[in-house]
Write a protein that binds this ligand. Sequence first.
Ligand SMILES: *[C@@H]1O[C@H](CO)[C@@H](O)[C@H](O)[C@H]1NC(C)=O
Ligand SMILES: *[C@@H]1O[C@H](CO)[C@@H](O)[C@H](O)[C@H]1NC(C)=O
Ligand SMILES: *[C@@H]1O[C@H](CO)[C@@H](O)[C@H](O)[C@H]1NC(C)=O
Ligand SMILES: *[C@@H]1O[C@H](CO)[C@@H](O)[C@H](O)[C@H]1NC(C)=O
Ligand SMILES: *[C@@H]1O[C@H](CO)[C@@H](O)[C@H](O)[C@H]1NC(C)=O
Length: 953
Amino acid sequence: MINMLSYIFLSSFALYCFVSCSAADIKNISTDKSSLLAFKSLITSDPHGMLANNWSTSSSVCNWVGVTCDNKHNRVHSLNLGSMGLRGTLSPNLGNLSFLVILDLSNNRFGGMFPNEVCRLRRLKVLDFGFNGFVGEIPMALGELSQLQQLNLSINHFSGFIPPSLCNLSKLEFFNFGKNSLEGTIPPVIGQLGRLKLLILSYNKLSGFIPKEISNISSLQGLFVGSNYFSGPIPEEIGYLDQLEYLILAYNNFSGSIPSNFLNISSLTNLQIEHNSLSASIFNFSNLVQLDLSENAFSGTFPNIAFANLRYLKYLELSSNHILSNLPKSIGNMTSVTFMVDFCGIDGNIPLEIGNMSNLISLSMVGNNINGPIPGTFKGLQKLQRLELSNNGLHGSFIDELCEMRSLIDLYLYNTTLSGVLPTCLGNMTFLEHLDLGYNNLNSKIPSSLWSLTDILEINLTNNAFTGNLPLEIGNLRAIVLLDISRNLISGNIPTTITFLKTMENISLAHNNLQGSIPSSLGDMVGLISLDLSQNMLTGVIPKSLTSLLYLQNINFSYNSLQGEIPDGGLFKTLTAQSFIHNEALCGNPRLQVPLCAKQVRKISRKKKLLLKCTIPLVLLTIFVIACIILIKHKRKKVENNLEKGLSTLGGQRRISYYELVQATNGFNEGNLLGKGGFGSVYQGKLLDGEMIAVKVIDLQSEEKSKSFDAECNSMRNLRHRNLVKIISSCSNLDFKSLVMEFMSNGSVDKWLYSDNYCLNFLQRLNIMIDVASALEYLHHGSSIPVVHCDLKPTNVLLDENMVAHVSDFGIAKLMDEGQSKTHTNTLATIGYLAPEYGSEGIVSVKGDVYSYGIMLMEIFTRRKPTDDMFVGDLSLKTWIGESLSGLILEVLDSNLVQQNGEQMDNILTHMSSIFGLALNCCEHSPAARINMADVKATLIKLKTLIFGRSAT
Ligand SMILES: *[C@@H]1O[C@H](CO)[C@@H](O)[C@H](O)[C@H]1NC(C)=O
Ligand SMILES: *[C@@H]1O[C@H](CO)[C@@H](O)[C@H](O)[C@H]1NC(C)=O
Ligand SMILES: *[C@@H]1O[C@H](CO)[C@@H](O)[C@H](O)[C@H]1NC(C)=O
Ligand SMILES: *[C@@H]1O[C@H](CO)[C@@H](O)[C@H](O)[C@H]1NC(C)=O
Ligand SMILES: *[C@@H]1O[C@H](CO)[C@@H](O)[C@H](O)[C@H]1NC(C)=O
């Protein structure tokens, strides 16, 4: 009986097994093909036609774009369709690709739910759905993918909880759910993911405590949980994670203190805990590169931070904490690039040692109680680009040494009790763009050298005691956008040259002793938005030309001695009496509480007389002629207005009209076309003054592109570096958008590398890569907001007449705020140069550029694109280079180099492995493991000296 039962049981089991096992056996490469065709059938948009023609029934599935087969089983092994702009939903048939190991659909526009069937792919090691539009919950069954090593679902709209079943993914190394809408807590079972290196949960709605079980993941290198609703204390167990490099807890509500055993995490390089409610103060982390403690409740004294110990620190922000003390002398031993201590209640003097912080690029100490003079040692800060000391009690004068900071771009010394003379040496600060000296007691003349700073954008000198006249030279400020000299003791006339300032948007000369009349050509300042001339002693009439200004929003002529008619047109129709009160004898529209003008009274009575005297036919004729003239004039004006109105330019840049662009490019002639890219076409042009320009006309087919244009303008606006392509202007209206850039006469590195007509020698290639590294270093570390390029490749690196490289095309750069990404433009970064984790956020994205740089570094010396036909299956540019390091470097080098450098070749070969080693360092799979651009640059410069001797550098 028992036997019988067991027989029945066993046989039905066998039957079951037979059915299901043979069902699996039925699958073969044909199944894979039909599964992929089903997958293709749900793709609604394939903008680059990647699959449309290539995935055809007549060709073998193993030859399809993005598909790789494994030879042993003759089944589809990987599906790599990242960054192809695909749109649609996922077919459940994907679940039939039973030998699939890699599934990468990242950076597309797939939407809909995560198909449960994908969880049947038990061989899957890499699952990357990052940067798409998936919705709904993350399926529990995902936990069944027991071979999974990389899981990226970041930047989607997934909601619900983190499924605890994921704890079964015991081989997982990379876990990225950043930027979704996940709720609930982190399940403590996460501690079972014993091989995890990176855990990214930033930008969700997760809450509760961080489970202490996280400390069981001893291999963890990066924990990113910023921008959620986590609370409670930071578990001190995290201190046991002795491989941790990145700890990003910013923008949550953590309280309590930083556990003291964190000091033991010697691997920690980046600690971002800004914007929490943390208190207590221990900061002696010796290996940190980046430390952001801003907006917390830390208190204590500065000496608690042993600055001298922070040897590697590059970025320090302590703003908005209650750290009450002096700045210690030991800050002079820091190598930081960024030092921000706004609103920290610091008092005492600025120590002389500050001048030793020679790496500083950005220094900000706004809103403290710092007193005493500005130390002359500031002149040691030769790399400083931004200095903000506003709202402090500094004393003394604007010392000459400040002018010796030759890299300075932004200088904010607003409300710092400075007095005395504003020195002439100001004219030496030729990079200056923003100068704010408002609310001080400066009482000299404005030095005439100020008017020679032709690239300056904003000057604000309000509330001082400046004397003297405004000179004619004011007309030299060809880039100026804002000029505020209000509340001073300036006398004399308004110079007529002021009307040359065509870029000016905002000008205030209010509360001075200006005399004479208002220049009648003020209407030439076509960009003017706000004009304040109130509280002076101006006489004469208000120029009628002002009525033609299209952008004007704000005008103030009150408290002067003006007379005559207030013009009636343009903005004037909407002004109130407030803009005109207290003048001598203004007249006009009674709405403005002024009397009617005598002329208007006379005109009315004269018209009556005329009508009486003239014969009727004459009147008719006159009316007809006048009507015709008016009609023609009106029509022309309307066309001009429409064109003008639509064209707006970025503040602070030279205004170049659409007409000028048409003229410069011979009407966007084919012959002027330099190239076409993802964003449109680039034309070469020549302005009337002879200046060569490159005009990038943005293709306006989709709204996305229009948006990315704005992102591009914004990010380029304040970026200036020797190795970045300079933006001269931009021109945009509803259906035309363009960027006007410096013209690079030698074209792109890509052209030089792949055309048979050109050849770059070894030193040129090395110099180009040093230039590119400098540009990226500036973008990543040069300001408090790191800028990510996102699409670095040889076509985006241009060469000027001296073969100096300039990085161009920030169209898809993301502007990042405080190490966290802010905007996510849907981008078309380029296959081959894309970091594997592309789409994740924060620091990881800066590291994405490093990856692209590494690829380009390999490419430039091998003359092989990462997309070269030779790279199939497991062989990639990266692995090829990796293998070459064991002795075959000569075989991977560009053969042109080998010919060119016959005698130097040995020397080059000796160091080539270091260069490729560096490139591989840039391309480490884990973003955390990648080197930073400052170190890349330093290494390359060192290698250059080793190869060519000092003379080359
Ligand atoms: C795949 O299997 C089907 C039957 O399940 C068979 O008809 C077909 O010939 C097989 N194809 C290949 C390429 O083996
Ligand atoms: C700073 O460095 C100098 C020279 O290296 C050293 O003498 C000094 O003690 C250091 N200062 C502090 C506070 O550690
Ligand atoms: C000037 O700075 C002090 C702090 O030093 C602050 O209290 C005051 O409000 C500031 N004044 C202005 C006009 O901003
Ligand atoms: C400004 O530059 C001029 C010429 O380059 C130089 O002679 C002068 O000393 C500089 N002034 C200051 C204060 O650095
Ligand atoms: C100049 O600076 C002061 C103080 O920051 C500010 O109130 C004023 O608006 C600025 N001027 C203009 C024209 O923006």
